[in-house]
Design a binder for this molecule. Structure first.
Ligand code: ATP
Ligand code: MG
Length: 440
């Protein structure tokens, strides 16, 4: 009998967690300075939060983990995306009544989609996303994109580009849908079954098809830009003007329609052009949406803009560009326990050091001096502290700096004070605090 993680899922092991922490810290930092606040919604919701009416997206129609517990009539779904839950909460808690709209939120956590696993495509994956609700201003579209763009730039990614398009307002989109129906009318029966469904539900989504993508009838399809009314054109120009003003480079992609039905006006994708990324190259993507707040029972006309970033894909993009996020944080001290009788004193010492903010550890296995010293190397400890019979008797201990081999023999009770002094010196040498402790 063997046990393995389910297909399309993964363990993130202790030795690789540091890059996730790094990402999560940076996410908080960026959202903090942009004044976006975190929202945490349930991992599962009532199915109708995600499955709304006649939605044509693959995500809703084919990829959801939906379940019903025995003896229950309630259908629940593991969240496949973050927007629906955030908007549901916005309405449920009447956050639209707040004085300072728009409400700017972000989230970070796992999403669940039942799709064919590939590199960069998992069944459980993590998204960082933002939602700005309750105001419609093209410069908010710009701000949201700028947050994501500056975040990925801060990581050092450079093989990225912004693809942007507009789907216009309802009137423009209706006109465009009619044109698409007309265009595909004679060929739709020979296209894939998904496209046939999309033809009925939302012909815009045909342009997003990964199967029929290269058919000539696709290439000759009418363009959204020819169906935009003046108001939609004006809105889009204002978004582009804002991106120009912030120096964010973009490419207009008039085939970009995005996967969800509720988008209006701006849609965009930030893709990696690095060859190693293969087909799964979109790092983050989103757009403006109208009607979702109203759908969940909130007031009419409350618009939103949001995007979501796949963190596994972000990590692949970093890897492809040779960007290292792992950091090797060593121990401040390792206590070498040189006699069984010294264990209690060692435990007291690590506890005291820890409560003063020092990251330290000790040997619990009664290993040889040599074996314990190997741990010091592997754990990149800055100091070794020796504790054996002699030390217990004389109440004097030796602290050895590993890098310089310099030794200090000090009273056992002074260990914290001595460490403070040693780290204070390191700090002074390095010209500023780098060790992560708070010192009085
Ligand atoms: P795709 O066209 O690649 O299926 P999507 O349109 O389904 O993407 P969104 O729903 O917009 O993707 O999700 C936003 C981001 O989340 C994607 O750009 C990607 O980075 C990430 N993402 C989506 N699905 C997965 C998945 N199954 N595994 C890993 N990351 C994913
Ligand atoms: Mg998808």
């Amino acid at each position: 009998m063997s046990y393995q993680v389910p297909r399309g899922t993964q363990d993130i092991l202790p030795q690789e967690i540091s890059k996730w922490h790094r990402l999560e810290e940076l996410i908080r930092q960026f959202c903090y300075v942009y004044d976006y606040e975190e929202i945490r919604t349930p991992i599962f919701e009532h199915t109708n939060v995600f499955k709304r009416g006649n939605d044509s997206s693959d995500m809703v129609n084919k990829e959801m983990y939906t379940f019903r517990l025995e003896n229950s009539s309630t259908s629940l779904t593991l969240r496949p995306e973050g927007t629906a839950g955030a908007v549901r909460a916005f309405v449920e808690h009447k956050l639209y009544g707040q004085p300072d709209l728009p409400l700017k939120m972000y989230y970070c956590g796992p999403q669940f989609r039942h799709e064919r696993p590939q590199k960069g495509r998992m069944r459980i994956f993590n998204q960082f996303g933002v939602e700005v609700l309750g105001a419609k201003d093209p410069l908010l579209d710009v701000e949201a994109i700028a947050l994501g763009w500056s975040f990925v730039s801060a990581l050092g990614l450079s093989d990225l580009k912004v693809l942007i398009n507009t789907l216009g307002d309802d009137e423009s989109r209706d006109a465009y849908r009619a044109a698409l129906r007309e265009h595909f009318k004679n060929d739709i029966s020979s296209m894939c079954t998904d496209c046939q469904r999309r033809y009925e539900q939302n012909p815009l989504r045909i342009l997003d098809c990964k199967i029929d993508h290269d058919l000539p009838i696709m290439q000759s399809a009418p363009k959204m830009s020819d169906y935009l009314n003046e108001a939609s054109k004006t809105y889009f120009s204002a978004v582009l003007e804002g991106l120009d003003a912030l120096g964010i480079p973009y490419e207009i992609d008039d085939r970009l329609v995005r996967g969800l039905d509720y988008y209006t006006h701006t849609v965009f994708e930030v893709v990696s052009v690095n060859k190693e990324m293969g087909a799964q190259s979109t790092v983050f993507a989103g757009g403006r949406y109208d009607g979702l707040v109203e759908y969940f029972g909130g007031p009419k006309g409350m618009s939103g803009i949001g995007w979501a970033m796949g963190l596994e894909r972000l990590l692949l993009a970093c890897e492809a560009e040779g960007i290292q996020l792992e950091e090797q944080q060593g121990l401040d001290a390792y206590i070498l326990c040189l006699a069984p009788q010294a264990k209690i004193a060692a435990l007291q010492m690590v506890t005291e050091l820890r409560s003063n903010g020092y990251r330290c550890d000790m040997d619990y296995l009664g290993r040889s001096f040599k074996a314990q010293f190997k741990s010091i190397e592997r754990k990149h400890a800055k100091y070794a502290i020796f504790l054996g019979d002699k030390e217990l008797e004389t109440k004097q201990i030796t602290i050895k700096e590993i890098a310089t081999q310099q030794q200090h023999t000090v009273p056992l009770d002074d260990v914290v004070a001595v460490m403070d002094r040693l780290f204070g010196e390191i700090e002074a040498d390095e010209d500023g605090c780098a060790c992560g402790h708070h010192h009085e």
